[in-house]
Structure formats: C-alpha cells, structure tokens
Design a protein around this ligand. Sequence first.
Ligand code: THU
Length: 160
Amino acid sequence: MNEITLQIKYTEYNGTDQLPFDDKMLIMKARDAAKKAYAPYSGFRVGASVLLENGIIITGSNQENAAYPSGICAERTALFYASSQYPKVPIIAIAVSTINISATSSDIAKPCGACRQVMAEYEDLSGKPLRIILDSTDKVVIVIGMDSLLPLRFKKEDLK
Ligand code: THU
C-alpha cells in the first residue's frame, strides 16, 4: 500500500494593484462580462475572460434556462466560444469574476468541476500550464496549472 499526498499551490493577492497588466485587463473584462450574465434563477452572475496566445481576449457569462440543466457556466461559454472561433490557438489564461446579489460577503470565484475538466483539456492542448485568475472584490487568487485545481483528472489519453 502507498499513501500519496498531493500538494496544490496558488498565490493570493490583496486586490489587483500588484498584478501584471494582462491579469488586470482579464479581471476587468471578466467583471464586465459578469454584468451581462443571464442568471434569473440563481441570481449568481459570473463572468469569464479567456486570453489566447495571439492576444485576443474572449469573454462569456453564465446563461441559465427554465429547464435548469440546459444552462451553462461563464467559463465554458467563454472557452467553447474561444475554441470554436480560434480552434488551433492555445488558451493561456482565464479570469473568473462573480456578482452574487444575495451574498453577505464576497469570496473568490470558484469554477465548478465540469468547467475545471474543460479548462484542463484546453491546457493539455496548449501544452503549457494554464494561468487561472480567481477574482473577488478584496482578493485575487492565481493558480498556475490545472494540476492544482483538478488532480487525478480524466484525460483524452484515458479513452485509448
Ligand atoms: N456558475 C458559473 O457560471 N461559473 C462558476 O464557476 C460557478 C457557477 C453559474 C452556474 C449557474 O448559472 C450559477 O452560477 C449558479 O450555480
């Protein structure tokens, strides 16, 4: 028997002041995208912005539906749009922001499992660790590489 302990790593910042320009830009775009969410059922509005290697930024927001499972998260809206418009262009970073009207305090945006799975596959395609920026009003968390957000994940190689 082997007991294995995995470590995850991330960096926390108090706000956006110390962040590089690209990160600040992605956060601004994700915050702006959250305002465009269609979330009448949860009231939880999420925005995502995706930076492609060619410098293009794609944004998306969560889109809900009266048939609840038909909705989709902001991250996948942005990632699928990015990949469908620029199929061969590596995705290098993603920022996620939320607006929760019923929350008493704000916490960082935390992508759901399905979005993590999708982020991880695009990271594998790009061949480089994805930069994940999780935003909140008073703190920003940066994670480099999906191994810290989704260890032991299912991969396309597992289908072979
Ligand atoms: N949601 C996202 O868009 N991204 C996340 O990271 C977490 C959850 C959406 C899905 C649903 O529209 C609402 O937030 C509440 O779960």
